[in-house]
Design a protein around this ligand. Structure first.
Ligand code: SAM
Length: 286
């Protein structure tokens, strides 16, 4: 392969040589199919100026395909053995591009910024599935320069990330992502492209940052209302938000002042409506 991408034999050989035994807790399923990483990179529509943040580079399957298409790649990996091995893998397979790579050994849920002067513009990642949504939300909150994302996640999670109000799958991930921008499905991925083979199917999600809705409330205040509404998603909002507002009557006032039916359920509200509800102040002043 011209690009030196990893195939099934390469992945096993690398893992064996490094003594990596993939763990479920860290969501370690490595891509062994070069066509899949090419498709991810193509779908990400990178420009040569992009600074890409990749969460969980693992053995480097995706990293190797990202490097030719971006100005820099900052790879954040929690597993010390994988983080330590990545520069040598890249140097062996893409020697001219190795200088574009920064490896950060850290938990992507805890990073507060990235090294180097460059601001990351795009997130491209085959995410660890158990923390996929928290990672995306944390990076969007922490890295304001991040404009776009193309992530591979569990198929059901992809559905939740892109869901519109009204259905059963619409929930916290859908609304919070909608605060930051627009997400859409960008195609399915079968389980056979991974080693070890996971017991779920995957999907690609493409995200573009937009303007958050108009509101006098902070993001934290809006997210608190979203969390409360979906913590008891089968209750009416009047009941579900009683704790948040101090009483059911307070919740009713907050909902009416936001032009929302107190008998509605959280799944009926778009992010703009949650942003209006969050403006409510118990004293009455808005
Ligand atoms: N990108 C590689 C690929 O496509 O083959 C590996 C993807 S694998 C699904 C997820 C990777 O994320 C693993 O390498 C795992 O060690 C790493 N990881 C898990 N939790 C993480 C976290 N909180 N922060 C950073 N990396 C994490």
């Amino acid at each position: 392969d011209r690009q030196g991408l990893l195939g099934p034999a390469d992945v096993r050989e690398l893992a064996g040589r490094l003594g990596i035994r993939p763990t479920k807790t860290l969501g370690q399923n490595f891509v062994i199919d070069a066509n899949t990483v090419r498709r991810i990179v193509r779908t990400a529509e990178l420009s040569p100026d992009d600074v890409v943040v990749e969460v969980g580079p693992g053995l480097g399957s995706l990293t190797l395909a990202l490097l030719p298409e971006a100005r820099r790649v900052v790879a954040v990996e929690i597993d010390p053995a994988l983080a330590a091995a990545l520069p040598a893998t890249v140097a062996a397979r893409e020697p001219e591009l190795a200088g574009r790579l920064d490896v950060v050994r850290d938990d992507a849920l805890r990073i507060g910024g990235l090294p180097g002067g460059d601001e990351p513009t795009a997130l491209v990642a085959n995410l660890p599935y158990n923390v996929a949504v928290p990672v995306v939300l944390h990076l969007l909150a922490t890295l304001p320069s991040l404009r776009r994302a193309l992530v591979m996640v569990q198929a059901e999670v992809a559905d939740r990330m892109v869901a519109s109000p009204g259905g059963r799958i619409y929930g916290v991930p859908s609304v919070k992502l909608a605060w930051y921008g627009t997400a859409r499905r960008a195609g399915p991925v079968g389980r056979g492209v991974f080693w070890p083979v996971p017991n779920v199917d995957s999907g690609l999600v493409a995200f573009t940052r937009g303007e958050p809705p108009e509101t006098t409330a902070t993001r934290e205040e809006v997210f608190a209302v979203i969390d409360a509404a979906f913590a008891q998603r089968r209750k009416t909002l009047r009941a579900a938000l009683a704790g948040w507002a101090g009483s059911a009557a307070g919740a009713e006032r907050a909902l009416r002042s936001a032009d929302v039916d107190p008998q509605a359920r959280g799944e009926a509200l778009d992010v703009a409506a949650f942003a209006r509800v969050a403006q409510y102040r118990p004293g009455g002043a808005l």
